[in-house]
Design a protein around this ligand. Structure first.
Ligand code: C2E
Ligand code: MG
Ligand code: MG
Length: 744
């Protein structure tokens, strides 16, 4: 109760004084007693009032605590007012509800211990609450869930041994839950990352990287901080260029796309494992460095699977090195890197000279062994970031990093040639193992990898059919080769449109003057009537697959025409056809010739195949075996252009030829040139001793004919008798010749 009404006292005193005055007037005889009684009463009342005031003041502290309690009662925070002897404990409604306290009758000591999270009310426990600006307490609330409250306690009043405290609570339950969630999310994240073997590598200056614990574990790092130099040193040398270009492009990339690079990185076990680094370049504008952060995923397993797929798609079966697909992929990637990183690479294309000879004469197994050995040789020359590949049959390619040494490709090609030639031992001792090379440089030699590669092939072709050539690409080559490829296309169309035709040049028996044969010489008659000579297109056909088609036509058409003339009643003559090395070294040459003869019904003795000296001598053993096969059929064999190549008469001993064609260069001035005459007559003599007939090419005048006849030459061919001419024309020639020589 509160005693705080002096007005009541004033009214009481005024009423009492008025009553005393009135009473002394009514009863004067007892006025004295009345006044004495009144004064005594006033003194008594004053004493009562003084006592009340004292009690009021004494009570005032209780009223302060009450005020606080009143105010706090409805506050939505936890509050406890307590004395340190726990004689008075007040908990606001919020706190009471939290503890499930109903009414005033509760075990306040037990509840306060619960609220403060202490197990006793001992002094040191209480001191902890008082001293701690944030005393954390956990207890199970009325809803059976855990509540955490941080108590802040302050002294309200202290009197002698008694202190009054106000504790204000701050409920941490939700925050704790959030923290717990955060912690568990983080744990879960780390756990998932380690389960999935996903590491994180982050950098915002492209120099210093922070590695997640999983990255540290995977790569066996000493610390989670790693700088780019150390990181790069862990990357396989072949993959560093890719890493560099990823970093470089991240600096300018604002595509905001997730990128991925595959890298081999030295891992905790000291071995290289494949990792996929998926990152998102974030190129901050305003001159800030880009961010290069991403996930590092162990992709070794995928790579193993990929390897199987890659084996099928990208590895050459025979040599087990990269195939053309792989070369194209790597080449295109390297070309991009060249542009980006301002570096350059060489591409060297290599071709084993006359490989078909090796293949056909020693069989596919040995041919494959040569290819494997060649692959091994070229692999030795591959340097970091480079590649060796087999691109087709006997064609290989090398990608080599350029370090500013312009001699590198030719030096490498030469070294390969030397190593390759050393393989010509044992079974292969009789073959000349050589290879030719063409090279170009990327990115400068083309607008794409494929163009640069094509230019290396141009360079290779520009070496011609010679052995052991090494040619670098020059832009001026381009035009002539483009011309060549255009010609190739045109020729292919011409073959399909039957624009090729055989002309025939007569061959005369020098003793009788009679036509004893014709040489079939190919002509390309364009729709406008232009006649193209073989020198202009046969070499192009030879460097492409077109020669096969041409030769097939010549063989069949020559046999058909000769048989036709026989049927037409012309005297039987020999039809000579020319073969290139590609034709001659075909494995099924005998079958093809046999078929042509069988199909047309021509007796083999009326067919002659002309081979050049260089062709026959490029692989003498195989040439002899092919020649023998044709001889077995009964076909005649002529050695064309004799005297232009090796001109070794000893070959006449080995080669099963039936006719020797003396080259026009001996005949051209034979009537004046004694040396030429001596050579020619010796050759004729030796040939005769070997039962080989002789024919002189390019006889243009009767003097030449005369000399040759006297030297013992059997036959003659040249403009003196007739130029190559179409079938109808040569028929006229036959008739004329028959008339002129009928008596001989
Ligand atoms: P080849 O086999 O030595 O043919 C002889 C060449 O000499 C022919 O040139 C012929 O026209 C030319 N000739 C003949 N007599 C004389 C003469 O008295 N004076 C001069 N100046 N030249 C003469 P053609 O027809 O242009 O053939 C050139 C070469 O083309 C041939 O040389 C042969 O190697 C090749 N060739 C021609 N036709 C074919 C063919 O059907 N297949 C193949 N693979 N090559 C062929
Ligand atoms: Mg010829
Ligand atoms: Mg000739």
């Amino acid at each position: 109760m509160k005693i705080n009404n002096p007005l009541v006292a004033a009214v009481v005193i005024t009423v009492a004084t008025a009553l005393v005055i009135g009473y002394t007037h009514i009863f004067p005889e007892i006025a004295f007693v009345t006044i004495i009684t009144y004064i005594s009463t006033i003194v008594f009342l004053s004493l009562i009032l003084a006592l009340s005031a004292w009690i009021y003041r004494k009570h005032k502290s209780s009223v302060d605590a009450g005020d606080i309690a009143g105010i706090s009662e409805n506050l939505n925070t936890e509050m406890i007012i307590w004395t340190d002897d726990f004689s008075a404990v007040y908990m606001n409604r919020h706190m009471r509800e939290l503890l499930g306290i109903q009414g005033n009758d509760f075990d306040y000591k037990a509840e306060i211990m619960k609220a403060f999270g202490i197990d006793s009310l001992e002094k040191e426990n209480i001191q902890k609450i008082i001293d701690n600006t944030s005393h954390e307490a956990r207890f199970t609330n009325a809803n059976n869930s855990v509540t955490t409250i941080a108590w802040s306690t302050s002294l309200v009043k202290k009197k002698k041994n008694l202190s009054l405290y106000l504790s204000t609570g701050f409920n941490l339950t939700e925050i704790k839950k959030m923290r717990l969630n955060l912690a568990s999310t983080n744990d879960l994240f780390n756990y998932s990352m380690s389960l999935a073997e996903i590491g994180i590598l982050m950098s915002n200056d492209m120099v210093n990287y922070i590695a997640s614990s999983e990255t540290v574990r995977m790569l066996g790092l000493k610390s989670s901080n790693i700088n780019i130099k150390n990181l790069r040193s862990l990357i396989h040398t072949n993959d560093r260029l890719q890493f560099d270009s990823a970093i470089k492009s991240a600096g300018t990339d604002d595509s905001n796309e997730v990128k991925s690079i595959e890298l081999r990185i030295k891992s905790a076990d000291g071995l290289y494992h494949w990792y996929s680094y998926r990152y998102k370049p974030m190129n901050h504008s305003g001159g800030k460095l880009p961010m290069f952060s991403g996930a590092l995923i162990n992709s070794s397993e995928e790579h193993e699977k990929d390897l199987i797929i890659e084996r099928l798609a990208y590895i050459d079966d025979v040599t087990e090195i990269a195939n053309r697909n792989k070369l194209t992929d790597v080449g295109q990637e390297t070309y991009e890197q060249c542009r980006l990183l301002k570096c350059s690479y060489w591409i060297i294309v290599l071709d084993i000279d006359r490989f078909h000879i090796i293949n056909d004469s020693y069989g596919y197994k040995n041919g494959n062994n040569i290819l494997k050995s060649f692959a091994n040789i070229i692999c030795k020359f591959v340097t970091s970031g480079g590649l060796a590949a087999r691109i087709s049959g006997d064609n290989f390619a090398l990608i080599l990093r350029d370090y500013g040494d312009d001699d590198l490709p030719s030096r490498t090609a030469k070294a390969i040639q030397e190593e390759f030639s050393k393989l010509a031992t044992g079974d292969f001792s009789s073959i000349n193992l050589s290879c030719s090379a063409g090279y170009s440089k990327m990115p400068e030699d083309g607008n794409s990898f494929l163009e640069v590669f094509e230019h290396a092939e141009f360079a290779l072709k520009s070496g011609g059919n010679e052995n052991n050539t090494i040619c670098g690409y020059e832009s001026r080559m381009h035009d002539s080769i483009i011309g060549k490829t255009e010609l190739e296309k045109e020729l292919a169309v011409a073959i399909d449109n039957n624009e090729l035709q055989l002309f025939y040049q007569p061959k005369i028996d020098l003793s009788t003057g009679k036509v004893m044969g014709v040489e079939a010489l190919i002509r390309w008659i364009k729709p406008d009537g232009t006649i193209v000579r073989p020198d202009a297109f046969v070499p192009v056909a030879e460097s492409s697959h077109l020669i096969g088609k041409i030769s097939e036509f010549v063989l069949n058409e020559g046999c058909r025409q000769n048989r036709l003339w026989q049927k037409m009643g012309y005297p039987e003559i020999v039809m000579s056809i020319n073969f290139t090395s590609t034709d001659f070294y075909q494995k099924d040459l005998k079958d093809k010739v046999f078929e042509a003869l069988a199909k047309t019904g021509l007796d083999p003795k009326w067919l002659e195949v002309e081979l050049t000296e260089t062709l026959a001598l490029s692989d003498i053993d195989y040439a002899v075996s092919q020649m023998n096969k044709l001889r077995e059929l009964g076909v005649k064999l002529a050695m064309d252009d004799f005297g232009t190549g090796y001109s070794s008469l000893s070959y006449l001993q080995i080669l099963p030829i039936t006719l020797l064609k003396l080259d026009r260069s001996f005949i051209i001035d034979i009537e004046h040139d004694n040396i030429a005459y001596e050579i020619v007559s010796s050759v004729i003599r030796i040939a005769k001793s070997k039962k080989i007939e002789t024919i002189a090419e390019g006889i243009e005048n009767p003097a030449q004919e005369d000399i040759l006849r006297k030297a013992g030459c059997d036959f003659g061919q040249g403009y003196l008798y007739g130029k190559p001419m179409p079938a109808e024309k040569i028929q006229e020639f036959f008739e004329e010749n028959m008339k002129q020589t009928q008596n001989k």
